[in-house]
Write a protein that binds this ligand. Structure first.
Ligand code: 13P
Length: 346
């Protein structure tokens, strides 16, 4: 049993506290730069720092956000006034989290598939992040769907890495967010997504068990069961909610305290509506706390409005605040589509 047992249990419970979710703002330098380039924003450390300050200093963020996942560069940065981001979060009552994987690389022998790397030296990096104030971590595995993939090789390799990571986190005092993302890219049906998500979760929990990860001290961060982005028939919100809950109920142990979904390229409104419907129609069937851990579906309107121009920060923050509030409402089944039309700044 981890020497941090009680702390890990308390952190996991706080991460999924009722009405709150987790803000993913851990885009790697490369991903953040790619999103900036699309908008013509200079890809400098200073612009990335300013953007992260915009997010973390959004008024009332902590009302709906329990914790935020940072990237290595970000956890070392401070506001323009010199206050470390970690302290800004702690003082607002938000738990600092840290992305610790080092990204997905081609999986040798398995064309079109990836495996996430970053286990070497992880113990020491986790010790440093804990010292810096982080209390949870994230590792993302990506599972692509196509005619002949995913292979069992890919599922096992990724699940094994996720489990090794999670065990090292628990030994070092960080709650692991275990993130197996089944990608939305492709023409596959929702049934095929169900089948792949189910097999993924089965292998992930097998590996977690084998590596002695304690289920009551982790958070699962899955993708929803959803139609492929280019599938001709798009499942309804109700169907996504029903199949997602069914897949989780069949494959996730009840001792896992919380599930926090990624948005995975869904539109902002869809990601919120799906979470809400999971609560309104299927909440009573779920033994775990269920909330969001979105990046794009929370940040996109703010990033688009800011556009790298600091005169736009106050309104960009209002846009961020609005999405966070809507997702907070969805996390307790109190979101309505009318809330999308509330006027915000612009
Ligand atoms: P999205 O919500 O944009 O999918 O990002 C979540 C995340 O943390 C990806 O690893």
């Amino acid at each position: 049993m981890s020497t941090y047992a009680q702390e890990l249990i308390a952190t996991a419970a706080a991460m999924v506290a009722p009405g709150k979710g987790i803000l993913a703002m851990d885009e790697s330098k490369a991903t953040c730069d790619r999103r900036f380039e699309k908008l013509g924003i200079p890809t400098t450390e200073e612009r990335r720092r300013t953007y992260r300050e915009l997010i973390l200093t959004t008024p009332d963020l902590a009302k709906y956000i329990s914790g935020a996942i940072l990237f290595d560069e970000t956890i070392r940065q401070s506001t323009q006034a010199g206050i470390p981001f970690v302290r800004v979060m702690q003082e607002a009552g938000m738990i600092p989290g840290i992305k610790v994987d080092l990204g997905a690389q081609d999986l040798a022998g398995c064309e079109g598939e990836k495996v996430t790397e970053g286990l070497d030296g992880l113990r020491d990096r986790i010790a440093e992040y804990y010292q810096m104030g982080a209390r949870f971590a994230k590792w993302r595995a990506v599972i692509a769907i196509d005619t002949n993939i995913p292979s069992e090789t890919c599922l096992v390799a990724n699940a094994h890495a996720l489990a090794r990571y999670a065990a090292i986190c628990q030994a070092g005092g960080l709650v692991p967010m275990v993130e197996p993302e089944v990608l939305i890219d492709g023409e596959h049906s929702i049934d095929r997504c169900y089948e792949v998500t189910e097999r993924t979760l089965q292998i992930v929990f097998e590996q977690l068990r084998l590596n002695r990860v304690e289920f009551d001290k982790m958070i699962l961060k899955p993708s929803m069961v959803i139609s492929g982005e280019n599938c001709r028939i798009q499942a309804s919100v109700e169907q996504v909610a029903e199949m997602t809950v069914r897949c989780l109920r069949n494959n996730v142990p009840v001792t896992v305290p919380g599930i926090a979904f990624l948005s995975g390229g869904q539109s902002n409104e869809r990601a919120t509506a799906h979470l809400n419907t999971i609560h309104t129609q299927f909440g009573s069937q779920c033994p775990w706390a269920i909330t969001f851990s979105y990046a794009r579906a929370i940040q996109q309107p703010a990033l688009d409005y800011w556009h790298g121009d600091d005169a736009n920060i106050p309104i960009a923050q209002q846009l961020l605040s609005h999405r966070v509030k809507l997702n907070g409402a969805a996390s307790i089944g109190q979101y309505t589509s009318e809330m999308e039309r509330e006027s915000v700044g612009v």
